[in-house]
Design a protein around this ligand. Structure first.
Ligand SMILES: C[S@@+](CC[C@H](N)C(=O)[O-])C[C@H]1O[C@@H](n2cnc3c(N)ncnc32)[C@H](O)[C@@H]1O
Length: 425
């Protein structure tokens, strides 16, 4: 059942494929739609402005819709500007006079080209589309060539942490991009500024594979701005981390919210893989837990968790145990009403220790794991059998029952991140 894939979670802001047209189809996968109101359009390939006017094709109103469609098909409609009525004609902004005149359907008898004062098309478009359009314009203005391969590497998704965005590791990351960025003084900064402005952030970092060490260290590097420290709020809970030091699992957002929705008033909790407080902090802030014992190996995560607890003013209800939980969990025997085992691909090495943490009155376990979709039922049974064997034979418990199976996300093809909630009595 183990998954060999790297824990490489992606967010979060997936844009539709880049096209010449602007749609408001930009989607934020989890929380809410993000919208941007900015000029956008296809890359303008030759001069479209003339004495302040916009190169336009003037056509009779009766055929304007038809001609607009044809311009769109030929990628010659300039989406940066709005079509406008001039007496019986409609002016359709174009991207290339030369290319237009080469089209079969173009006839100088029925179509005329003029430079007209059109207004900008302030429509909704995705940040990714705006980035693509503005970068194409920058290259055009600076007479620098941009290849299709380079365009493919413009970012269409990113992780947002307050005023810092982490773009994918392949974004603007190729020998071609590296050479162009260094080709002119100040050029690189202008490219990053365009990206920052459209994503509405001040700092940019680039994603990298998460280290394969058991600390799951981040290898994210800053590319614009100095510090990777961020503070942000998710569902009323404040988090702090340095994106260059520790990873943040944005893909677990629904599970963080589910755990935070559970009423834990009066409960003592053990979080065996606390990290920066992904679950510890929601349990303290939203679930109203009485006390959380947070086990964590990585000093950078502990520093972030400590800061997060201060920001949320819950330090007095948090006890951090630094070290390997194989050594720290045995110090927490009989203290917990609930134990959280948030590690992938499997938390199995800590199952028995987790049962030992429960009070004699019993409690609840939340077990995270990666499972092949077809094995969820059989593995759930295996899990209950293993834990029942231990809880009933080695401890004084009398039953282990399944409360809930939460399918958190797809981790890889056919592999799901699953959480089993078990009650032990
Ligand atoms: C995947 S991260 C936490 C992720 C978080 N629970 C989530 O789902 O967003 C796992 C955390 O467990 C910590 N960790 C891994 N093995 C550990 C161990 N044996 N003892 C204590 N902490 C450990 C890592 O340092 C890391 O911060």
């Amino acid at each position: 059942m183990r998954c060999e894939h790297d824990y490489h979670e992606r967010n979060r802001y997936d844009c539709p494929p880049r096209t010449g047209d602007c749609h408001s189809g930009h989607s934020r996968r989890y929380d809410s739609d993000i919208e941007i109101h900015s000029p956008c359009g296809i890359s303008v390939t030759d001069k479209t402005k003339d004495n302040g006017g916009i190169k336009s094709l003037l056509v009779d109103k009766s055929i304007a819709a038809d001609v607009r469609e044809k311009l769109l098909e030929s990628e010659l409609l300039n989406l940066e500007y709005k079509p406008q009525e001039f007496e019986r004609n409609i002016a359709l902004p174009i991207t290339s006079e030369a290319a237009l005149m080469n089209l079969d359907w173009f006839s100088e008898d029925t179509h005329s080209i003029a430079s007209l004062p059109l207004s900008q098309n302030i429509g909704k478009c995705t940040p990714a589309q705006a980035i693509a359009a503005e970068i194409a314009q920058l290259f055009d203005d600076e007479a620098v060539a941009i290849t299709d391969d380079m365009k493919e590497l413009l970012p269409t998704k990113w992780d947002l942490f307050g005023d810092l965005a982490v773009i994918p590791k392949e974004s603007l990351n190729s020998p071609e991009w590296n050479a162009v960025m260094k080709s002119k003084s100040g050029f690189e900064a202008r490219v990053w500024e365009i990206i920052c402005r459209n994503i509405k952030v001040n700092r940019l970092a680039r994603q990298a594979e998460i280290a394969t060490d058991n600390l799951r260290s981040s290898q994210v590097t800053m590319i614009y701005g100095d510090s990777g420290e961020v503070e942000f709020i998710d569902h009323g809970v404040k988090f702090y981390l340095d994106v260059t030091k520790v990873m943040f699992s944005s893909g677990n957002v629904t599970e963080r919210h589910r755990i935070g929705d559970i009423d834990m008033t009066g409960e003592c909790i053990v979080d065996a893989f606390a990290g920066i407080g992904y679950y510890t902090l929601p349990m303290l802030v939203r679930s109203n837990a009485k006390q959380v014992y947070a086990c964590e190996l990585n000093p950078n995560s502990i520093q972030a968790l400590t800061r997060g607890a201060e920001l949320n003013k819950v330090t007095d209800r948090l006890t951090i145990l630094h070290g390997d939980n194989q050594e720290t969990l045995p110090k927490l025997r009989n203290v917990a009403d609930r134990v959280h085992l948030g590690i992938l691909p499997s938390s199995e090495p800590t199952w028995r220790l987790a049962v030992d943490c429960l009070k004699n009155s019993g409690g609840i376990l939340h077990l995270h794991m990666n499972l092949n979709d077809s094995e969820i039922d059989s593995f759930t049974k295996y899990c209950i059998d293993v834990i029942s064997d231990y809880a009933l034979q080695h401890c004084d418990f009398s039953s282990v029952s399944l409360l809930h199976v939460e399918k958190v996300k797809w981790y890889a093809p056919h592999i799901r991140h699953v959480v089993l909630d078990l009650r032990i009595e």
